[in-house]
Design a protein around this ligand. Structure first.
Ligand SMILES: NC(=O)c1ccc[n+]([C@@H]2O[C@H](COP(=O)([O-])OP(=O)(O)OC[C@H]3O[C@@H](n4cnc5c(N)ncnc54)[C@H](O)[C@@H]3O)[C@@H](O)[C@H]2O)c1
Length: 377
């Protein structure tokens, strides 16, 4: 199969969807790897590195999209990329379609088969292709929050860890999954007082064991969140309902409860955001203020640390890329049914139930859209 690797074009995105390691593995499996010139530069991978492992360098994105049967990406396709998709393309990338009906419609109209990293599941129902970027984003969330709490950057002017004789800052993490756990780990490491709010009792149990008393775990409810907001210096939003738009956990009205110049970091912004006042921002202009509260809502946080993120992401995606290239979609799903919920759009239909509900369109099972045998038949 011909596997394409275009350069990411979202603003301040420096990751790439395949490393030289992946190019070598695909070549050894008999596939042809087509890399857009310069695609790896942001992650310190040169064209020569790819070529040394058997990849072919093509000058433009249009060349890659025209030739490749399987196109790999990192961020959701931008409008000019959507235009280059055809019914013969399989696109494998982050899509985050629930908050984006326009992109969903564009992908439907392209006829392409679009598999989203973030809704692929593993045997335990976890999200193995979201997890590595959530680990990165969780760690960045606390770093960014600490930074924007500094007075010259518009923050309250409080040091997360305090000093002897002066209290540490209060960090509230809402959502105790992969992002939340990693955000809390860094906040604990920076010696803040940390409170993790989570809805799942089983997850609360796991967190309690993992943190061994070094932070408080709290059952997440409107009242519990409201009671903590007046004390919080930094709030990190890290909730997720897979495939669906993020639930709203702090309303505009509740911002009034907070200290002036406290900081909100909305990591869930890629699923529409979990604070009512959030809107996506970029690394170039990461924050804005609403009612005296700083909001940091960068939708591609791991893009800022490509040398870590590219390798973490591709370590996780490579086995799926190989399966898709070796066996095609039907064969890959048969070998790993966790790929099936990854298919968000196929042959003009929306094939993930939560996405269909979020964008208000009909759900069609991927087998029906693609004319495949039902899984397990
Ligand atoms: N902005 C970025 O660059 C970036 C990068 C990576 C991940 N993300 C996003 O971060 C979000 C979290 O990802 P994750 O991997 O940690 O997901 P996850 O599934 O591991 O964790 C989400 C947690 O939220 C909990 N939850 C759901 N509703 C809740 C509520 N009302 N209150 C408290 N907890 C609630 C769930 O029980 C779950 O434990 C996702 O939207 C993901 O797409 C964003």
């Amino acid at each position: 199969m011909k596997v394409g690797v275009p350069t990411e074009i979202k603003q301040d995105e420096y990751r790439v969807s395949l490393t030289a390691v992946g190019a070598r593995e695909l070549a050894e499996h008999g596939h042809e790897v087509l890399v857009q010139q310069g695609a790896g530069e942001g992650s310190s991978i040169s064209d020569a590195d790819y070529e040394a492992q058997g990849a072919k360098i093509l000058p433009t994105a249009a060349d890659v999209f025209a030739e490749a049967e399987l196109v790999l990406g990192v961020k959701e396709p931008q409008p000019v990329e959507v235009e280059m998709l055809t019914p013969d393309t399989t696109l494998f990338t982050y899509l985050h379609l629930a908050p984006d009906p326009d992109l969903t419609r564009g992908l439907q109209e392209s006829g392409a088969t679009c598999i989203a990293y973030e809704t692929v599941t593993d045997r335990a129902g976890r999200l193995p292709l979201l997890a590595p970027m959530s680990e990165v984003a969780g760690k960045i969330a606390t770093q960014a929050g600490a930074f924007f709490l500094e007075k010259p950057l518009g923050g309250r002017g409080i040091l997360l860890g305090g000093v002897p004789g002066v209290a540490a800052a209060n960090v509230m993490v809402i959502g105790g999954g992969v992002v939340g756990f990693n955000a809390a780990v860094i906040a604990i490491g920076m010696q803040a007082d940390v409170f993790v709010y989570e809805k799942s009792i089983d997850r609360l149990r796991d967190l309690d064991v993992a943190f061994a008393g070094r932070c408080s775990t709290v059952y997440s409810s409107t009242l519990a969140i409201e009671e903590m907001l007046p004390q919080a210096d930094l709030v990190i939003g890290a909730v997720l309902l897979p495939g669906a738009a993020a639930p709203n956990v702090i309303s505009r009205e509740q911002l009034k409860l907070m200290k002036p110049n406290a900081v909100l970091v909305d990591v869930a912004i890629d699923q529409g955001g979990c604070f009512e006042t959030s809107r996506p921002t970029t690394h170039a202009e990461p924050t804005f203020e609403v009612d005296g509260i700083t909001h940091y809502c960068v939708a591609n946080m791991p893009g800022a640390t490509p040398i870590t993120s590219t390798f973490a992401l591709t370590n996780a995606t490579l086995p799926y890329v190989l399966a898709l290239a070796d066996h095609g979609i039907a064969g890959a799903i048969e070998k790993d049914p966790g790929l099936r919920p990854g298919i968000n759009v196929a042959a003009g239909k929306v094939t993930h139930p939560a996405v269909a509900e979020a964008v208000g369109t009909e759900y069609v099972p991927p087998e029906d859209a693609l004319g495949l045998e039902p899984v397990g038949a």
